[in-house]
Design a protein around this ligand. Structure first.
Ligand code: CMC
Length: 437
């Protein structure tokens, strides 16, 4: 962090003396005002529920300019990465700060692909779940359970131990996600095939059965690989902040990632692609294209809680660059599978057009986000709706673990401990139970 010559002056109308607060300059993006000494100097906290104006850390991993619609991983535009690199190259980049050369790429692939198996006991743990359990609850449990396998004799303050944990997480997530899926449909688990690429191996574990060969379709593998790349990191979003906060206590990394998965599940975050496809299915079941105007009217009604899922973003206020790339992939996949006339896809495209021209959405700068299209692509790939967020979790694991590593190695690392504005009762005595109302 570079300290700027400019200082912020904070004055108070209650006689508290003015204070000067240092300002730091990042390489790009807004400056930050350092308020760490504010409480010590004034006895006051800042208030920012929802973190609308608060930088919770400094980071070198991902940069977003919401107004420009720009997303950079380690300085590389997402468009460039999506067109020129595969997901494992992106993982290497996020973890190490630089893209791999050819031999580093080969070594990294080998390393990841030799950690794909999970402990055989994991399937017995999995069997404790009801078959109809939501796969995100199962995945949260499975990844949390991994902490039990990789804890006792491991010292995570050791860089090598952390590196192995990072590789294990990236390598085993596809296996765990596929196991959660196979369990839900009652099919046998398919063991990883390390001769395949990372993404092709995942598709095989999802869709192969012991009775039939699974033929890998390179167009579909590329599409899923792109979904992984586009979801790999997104700076300090809710689940990443959860991983950082949870990990800041020094807990086991698998436990911290499990907390991130739990957070991602929510419909305002990673659950949006599932919610988006459910919304499309609902409109389709209730009259289809004819009913779009009625649905949009409901979305705009202040008294209804209905939202147009897959639209809007806390940070992107002009367009989501991931959405543009996902839209491109959506057309590629539907063409490959001959699904251009799929009624749900047509419905989505009509909804997109109507919303993009509607004053309500235009004036609030609400544009399609990545989830608007990723659900359609995943559905076309044969991934069931309730697995969508698991796929997101698989992809985001590298971002979470890269951010966790950055936090642990930050010289300013401290346990995260937000404060509050208390508005409850002041101190009072416990009345005897006989006189309580
Ligand atoms: N449909 C209808 N109205 C909306 C929507 C929407 N999807 N999103 C925001 N608005 C309205 C909102 O009602 C408010 O209107 P008003 O000013 O009249 O009260 C205004 O736009 C600002 O909304 P906000 O809730 O203050 O915005 P936010 O930045 O807190 O919310 C969001 C961001 C993503 C939670 C929200 O846009 C949303 O719920 N979208 C649908 C869910 C979704 O697609 N989420 C995926 C995000 S992308 C994946 C990821 O990166 O995790």
């Amino acid at each position: 962090m570079i300290e700027s010559d400019i200082k912020a002056k904070l004055s108070f109308s209650d006689g508290t003396p003015d204070i000067d607060l240092p300002i730091y300059r990042g390489t790009v993006g807004p400056d930050v005002i350092d308020i760490r000494k504010l409480y010590g100097q004034t006895g006051k906290f800042t208030y920012d529920s929802g973190f609308l104006s608060t930088a919770s850390c400094n980071s070198k991993i991902t940069y977003i300019d919401g107004d420009k619609g720009e997303l950079l991983y380690r300085g590389y535009p997402i468009e460039d990465l999506a067109h020129n690199c595969d997901f494992l190259e992106v993982c290497y980049l996020l973890l190490n700060g630089e893209l791999p050369n050819a031999s580093q790429k080969k070594d990294f692939e080998e390393l990841v692909m030799h950690h794909t198996m999970v402990h055989e006991q994991m399937q017995f743990f999995l069997r404790g779940f009801r078959r109809d359990a939501h796969p995100m609850s199962v995945l949260t449990g499975l990844v949390g359970a991994m902490a039990a396998f990789y804890h006792d004799e491991i010292d995570y303050s050791e860089p090598h131990a952390r590196e192995v944990a990072q590789i294990r997480l990236i390598a085993k997530m596809p296996t765990l996600v596929a196991m959660a899926y196979k369990y839900s449909v009652g099919q046998p688990f398919i063991y990883p095939d390390n001769s395949l690429s990372y993404t092709a191996n995942f598709m095989r574990m999802m869709f192969a059965t012991p009775c039939e060969d699974y033929k890998v379709n390179p167009v579909l593998v590329r599409a899923l690989d792109r979904i992984f790349t586009l979801h790999a990191d997104h700076e300090q979003n809710a689940s990443t902040s959860t991983v950082r906060l949870c990990g800041s206590s020094g807990t086991n990394p698998f436990a911290a990632i499990s907390a991130g998965i739990a957070c991602l599940w929510g419909p305002a975050h990673g659950g949006a692609n599932e919610a988006c496809l459910e919304m499309l299915n609902d409109i389709q079941a209730n009259g289809g294209v004819e009913k779009i105007h009625e649905f949009i009217a409901q979305v705009k009604d202040k008294n209804s809680s209905v939202r147009l899922m897959g639209f809007g973003h806390r940070v992107y206020k002009n367009f989501d660059p991931r959405a543009k790339l996902m839209r491109e992939t959506c057309y590629e996949v539907l063409n490959e599978l001959g699904l251009q006339d799929d009624p749900l896809f047509k419905l989505a495209m009509t909804l997109e057009k109507i919303a993009l021209e509607d004053e309500y959405f235009v004036s609030r700068k609400l544009y399609p986000n990545v989830d608007f299209y990723s659900g359609i692509v995943q559905r076309a790939l044969g991934i069931p709706t309730e697995m969508f967020t698991c796929v997101f979790a698989l992809a985001r694991t590298v971002g979470w673990i890269a951010q966790w590593e950055e936090m642990i190695t930050d010289p300013e690392y401290k346990i995260g401990r937000p404060r509050q504005l208390y508005v409850g009762e002041t101190s009072r005595k416990v009345p005897n139970i006989t006189v309580r109302k």
